[in-house]
Design a protein around this ligand. Structure first.
Ligand code: FES
Length: 103
């Protein structure tokens, strides 16, 4: 599947990844060092914050833990998600997203 990812300087790159693991892992493993993902995907650090810029219905709704962590960010906006909480499935194909600064 293809992902269109913008880093913190706004440069967009398209990567091709296998639908496996989480969106956070796919972004990190594609070499985007702007995505810190410090807790490794435990939904406790909020440094895997991204904004989804295309139409996308997540396979699973946002948990209250994710919602609370995003509330603690100065950069929360429509489309904000923690990328470690999104399973990477075929539903993510064509996803356009932007990495958000960790604060
Ligand atoms: Fe820490 Fe997603 S990697 S909350």
């Amino acid at each position: 599947i293809k992902l269109h990812i913008k880093n913190l300087s706004g440069t967009e790159q398209t990567v091709e990844v296998a639908p496996d693991g989480s969106l956070m892992e796919a972004i990190r493993d594609s070499g985007f060092q702007d995505l810190l993902a410090l807790c490794g995907g435990c939904c406790s650090c909020a440094t895997c914050h991204i904004v989804v810029e295309s139409d996308f219905v997540a396979p699973e709704p946002m948990s209250s833990e994710e919602d609370d962590l995003l509330d603690g960010s100065d950069h929360r906006q429509a489309g904000s998600r923690l990328s470690c909480q999104i399973p990477l499935t075929d539903a993510c194909d064509g996803l356009r997203l932007r990495i958000v600064p960790a604060d």
